[in-house]
Design a protein around this ligand. Structure first.
Ligand code: BJW
Ligand code: ZN
Length: 290
């Protein structure tokens, strides 16, 4: 049983809070029937799916690097103020993700896609930037927030895949998450730069930071998949970051079946039909029958 708070504001602007009880089903066989009858399926994933691969999530205890909240470094302002610090943070994350392996949750999704490729359209939309869905074998993937292994030139805007480790000499042995390390002092000229003739601009991670717009083409593709899906699985996301946070509630509102897989409920849980509690490395293989 989920308890949700419904805020109602009357004509005088007085807000009263009603406590509503709504029930999400956790009936796995009923969900499997929905899945069997579905033609268009979207799997929307967040940091929780990579937690079992050892990649920290954004919110909660793991969401810190040194003394900084991860979300405070994922901003254009932080990069402008201290590109050295932000590059150290991303260098650390690139190294962690490169060592990580896809887990049972990523693999279940990839196997499910292969198994049903002849009779279903399955699209994975991820907020993650770690590349683990691709490494697990997922083919139809939309990366909403970019990728740790892509760079973008701040001057000519060229986007390139870059798997170098370290990405530049000055970042070798940097990025340690130790809370006692204060500041970062790599000169800007020693950070990654564009190699294109006549450019030489400073590179940045090709990642969507807070306050930045998602790429229109990516957003459009994700919107199309969301609008046409009849079943949506929402996996390991806190459902608080927009625009991704509104995708599944909107799909549920127009009648699609939405199932959430998470170790805890989220603000969006009351909008959904199913809630499967637990680590998705365990719940997904069961639900997807792979
Ligand atoms: C498990 C588990 C296990 C653990 N099994 N589960 C409308 C209203 C209000 C604000 C806005 C709005 N529209 C836009 C905004 C501003 C902002 C925003 O949403 N702010 C909110 C915080 C309020 N959005 C933006 O700025 C976006 N841009 C945009 O919309 O542009 C237009 C615009 C701008 C400004 C105003 C209005 C319009 C861009 C968002 C970019 C997000 N970027 C980040 C960082 C970059 C990536 C990186 O460096 O790695 O992306 S933020 C961070 O959050 C990251 C994630 O992709 C994203 C989502 O987090 P996620 O994946 O949900 O992770 P967590 O940690 O939050 O949750 C993990 C979950 O897993 C938890 O629920 C756990 O329980 C669970 N879990 N282990 C299953 N084993
Ligand atoms: Zn350039």
């Amino acid at each position: 049983m989920q308890i949700s708070l419904l805020r109602i504001t009357n004509r005088l602007g007085v807000c009263k809070v009603n406590i509503m009880a709504t029930r999400q089903s956790s009936d796995l066989s009923k969900f499997k029937e929905n899945l069997k009858g579905a033609k268009n399926i979207v799997i929307l994933s967040g940091a929780g799916i990579s937690a079992e691969s050892g990649i920290p999530t954004f919110r909660g205890a793991g969401g810190y690097w040194r003394k900084y909240q991860a979300s405070s470094l994922a901003t254009p302002e932080a990069f402008k103020d201290n590109p050295s610090l932000v590059w150290e943070f991303y260098h650390y994350r690139r190294e962690v993700a490169a060592r990580a392996q896809p887990n049972a949750g990523h693999i279940a999704i990839a196997k499910f896609e292969t198994k049903h490729s002849s009779n279903k359209n399955i699209t994975v939309i991820t907020q993650n930037v770690d590349g683990l869905h691709v490494r697990a074998g997922t083919k139809s993937l939309i990366e909403l927030h970019g990728n740790l292994y892509k760079t973008r030139c701040t001057k000519c805007k060229e986007v390139l895949i870059n798997m170098d480790s370290p990405i530049c000499e000055a970042l070798a042995n940097r990025g340690a998450p130790d809370v006692n390390i204060v500041g970062s002092d790599i000169p800007v000229k020693s950070l990654p730069h564009c190699k294109k003739a006549n450019c030489g601009g400073l590179l940045r991670p090709h990642i969507v930071w807070f306050g930045e717009s998602l790429e229109p083409a990516v957003l459009e593709k994700a919107g199309e998949a969301m609008e046409s899906c009849d079943v949506c699985l929402v996996v390991g996301t806190s459902s608080v970051v927009y625009p991704a946070a509104m995708f599944a509630p909107q799909a549920a509102a127009r009648g699609a079946t939405v199932a959430e897989f998470n170790i805890e409920t989220t603000p969006a849980t009351p909008d959904f039909h199913y809630y499967f509690e637990g680590p998705c490395g365990t719940t997904l293989p069961q639900a997807l029958d792979v």
